[in-house]
Structure formats: C-alpha cells, structure tokens
Write a protein that binds this ligand. Structure first.
Ligand code: PLP
Length: 389
C-alpha cells in the first residue's frame, strides 16, 4: 500500500485526514459491499462535538441539522446535550421524533410559510430567526410572544462555500426590525450572522461582532435589551486546502468578543454543521470507466454531483480523493456517472496513472452536505446509501 500521497490537486497525506487504523477498518468494511456509499464514524462526530465545546466553553451548540440529518448522528448529538437548529417543519418532526424537547431547538430559517410557523409554534418552538418585516408579521400572528433573533448580512469573504446575500439584512435595517418585532409583541432576543461555510479566515467574525455591539447599544438606548449573539456556522472541516486549527478560531473569536463587549459577553450560540460531521464521513466509490479524450484522460466514478458531491460545483470544496495505486500522479478529469454534462467534479485531478476500472476510490471528509444533497433517482441512481463503521 502506498503512503497515501495520491492527492487530488497535489499530493496529500492520507493519514493527515484519517487515522491509519480507521482507514484500515473502512477498507475492510468496504470489501464486499456495493458502492457508492457513505461510511459514517459516529465516534468521530462525538470527538468533534467535544473538541468544539472544549474550545468554545459556555457557548450553546445548535447543530445545523441540514449538514447531516442522519438519525444516528442526531441521536449521538442529542445524547451529548446538543441543541438543534432546524430549517423546516420536516427537520422539526425529525428531531422531535428522537425525543428532543422543543426548547432545545431554534427555527433558524428566515424563509418560512405562515402555516409552518404556526405548526412549529404548536409543537412548542419559541425561538425563531428573522430578517424581514413580512416574516416578523407572520411570526407575530402565528408564534405570538416568541423570542426572535435578527440575522445580520455579513461579508462571506474567505469562505469556500459562501452563503452571503440570500440571508440577513444590513445593520441599518436591523433597528427597524427590532422595533417592529417589539411593537408586535415578539421578544427581540439577539443577533445572528453566518460568515460563510468552510470559512478559512478566523478574523471574519470580528467585524460582525463589532456591528452586533453597536446594535446592542442602540437597542438598549431605546429600552430594548438584546441578550444573545449567534455566531453561526463556518468552522472548517479538513478538506484538501488547509485551514487554521479550531484553537485559532476560538482565540480570534474570543479576542473579538472581549474587544467589542468589554463589560461582559451576552449569551452565545454557535450553529455548527460541517465542522461536526464532515470529518466523520468517507464516500467509498468505484471507477466505472477510464477513457482518453484528446490530450487528457477522464476517470468516471459511480458517484458524482447528483450522488452527493454537489459542493464540488465550481470546485468549491476539494475533497481529498484517495485510491490505492502508487503510480505517478497525472492530471485527469474526475467525473460522475450521470448523463448530465455538469456532473464533473474536478477538471484537473491528480490521480495515479495506473488507476484502473473497478478500483475503489475514497473521498475523505465527506460527512457534511452529501446525503442531503444526493438526488432521488436521477438516471435511476438511488440516493447515497449510509453505512456505519
Ligand atoms: C447551514 C447553516 C449553518 C451551518 O453552517 P456550517 O458552515 O456548515 O457550519 C449554520 N447556521 C445556519 C443558519 C445555516 O443555514
């Protein structure tokens, strides 16, 4: 077996992403199984949760369910004491179904139907995100007296998977939303923001926190006491492009908090998705076809954008791709199996020249945004199967 340097855009160290023992286990486990599938390591999810709470003490964790809504993942996190950020009535039912009480959830989607707000309220949800007057009116009518937090629009510079523009509103508009919510009998509770997913720059929380401090001060002058800041997601997973360590994020974020809230912090929430679950998943796939077109070879896997790898769009997320061949690395185009020309992961992947049809290919760090993003029956391919280590 090679030393694990069969990298995608450049050689990488396999064991920098997964322990030797875990990889061996996954290999054994995958031997006689039909690919593709995602193997989840629930122990790793628990380790990531502990690492997070150690580095962010006194910060309440609201796991962003959309990152990986697998029931066993949710149950492990629930047992750890996690709270949950849900975005639809369906995620609400899923989490309620596991026995989690509604006071451990926030409805974090700013885009919701009046009837879904009513449904959540009837199920006991009393904490909602919002960013528009119309949504506040719907909340006042269907979830009277609930706590609301206002989503601030922030730059997503530095993020590999930006969420900017679609969510949140500028600081100038937030004051008006706070007044409206207050007038309508809701409880203005705090401010949230999301610096963009797979945020590689730990200083990106600083400016939003400065804005939060100004919003808190302005609200207080009007007699409204905001109590909470939701730091959002954005903490990274270990893909091919390196990121600072979680300790560095913690240090940068707490330094900003000290600077902008010298008299003491408000209540703090975090909404991790990717950083808790990505490292816990490996997609095991197989080479279906290798073909030479013009000057470059194409390598087609049995998994692609429609099978869970949607985040390779524009090559935004660079999964470490590993196969057990030790040949020289050459550039090939790595593509999925469907009859759609967008189903190409990477135009110039570095793959070993001796890779063959039938070889197993492992995509590491694949536990986030894969099962939720795999299609149901595109070209007849079933959604990505999930197995547990
Ligand atoms: C998706 C999402 C998250 C999770 O973000 P990650 O970058 O995956 O940690 C957190 N909060 C909200 C509101 C989200 O939509």
């Amino acid at each position: 077996m090679g030393n694990g340097s069969n990298g995608l855009t450049r050689p990488f160290s396999l064991y920098g992403h997964i322990s030797k023992e875990k990889f061996k286990q996954i290999k054994e486990f995958s031997k006689d199984k039909q690919t593709p599938f995602l193997v989840l390591d629930l122990e790793r999810v628990k380790e990531k949760y502990d690492e997070l709470t150690k580095n962010f003490p006194q910060v309440k964790v609201y796991y962003a369910v959309k990152a990986n809504p697998d029931q066993r993942v949710l149950s492990e996190l629930a047992a750890k004491g996690s709270h949950f950020d849900i975005a639809s009535r369906f995620e609400l039912d899923l989490v309620l179904g596991l026995g989690v009480s509604p006071d451990r959830m926030s409805f974090g989607n700013t885009i919701k139907k009046a009837e879904d707000i009513r449904y959540a309220y009837e199920k006991g949800i009393r904490l909602f995100a919002t960013d528009s007057p119309s949504d506040i009116e719907k909340l006042a009518e269907n979830a009277p007296g609930s706590k609301v937090f206002f989503r601030l629009l922030v730059s997503n510079r530095g993020a590999d998977w930006p969420l900017s523009k679609k969510f949140g509103t500028k600081k100038e508009y937030i004051a008006g939303l706070i007044d409206l919510a207050h007038d309508q009998g809701l409880v203005p509770y705090g401010i949230s923001f999301h610096v963009g997913s797979q945020q590689r720059d730990p200083t990106q929380w600083d400016y939003p926190l400065e804005q939060c401090a100004q919003i808190f001060t302005e609200a207080k002058a009007k007699g409204i006491e905001l109590k909470m800041i939701n730091l959002g997601g954005g903490l990274p997973a270990s893909y091919l492009v390196p990121t600072p360590s979680i300790e560095e994020y913690s240090k940068a974020i707490f330094e900003s908090l000290h600077r902008h809230f010298p008299a003491g912090f408000p209540e703090l929430f975090t909404e991790p998705g990717r950083s808790l679950v990505a490292d816990a998943g490996v997609i095991v796939s197989e080479v279906v076809l290798i073909s030479r077109k013009a000057h470059r070879k194409w390598c087609y896997l049995d998994v692609g954008l429609f099978g869970g790898l949607i985040e390779t769009l524009e090559e935004a997320i660079k999964y470490p791709v590993y196969c057990e061949r030790s040949g020289k690395l050459v550039k090939m185009t790595l593509a999925g199996p469907t009859c759609d020309s967008t189903d190409v992961m990477y135009k110039k992947a570095s793959l070993p020249e001796d890779i063959e049809e039938g070889d197993k290919v492992y995509l590491l760090t694949a536990g986030a945004y894969t099962i939720t993003c795999s299609c149901n029956g595109f070209n007849g391919f079933p959604p990505l199967a999930v197995l547990y280590l």
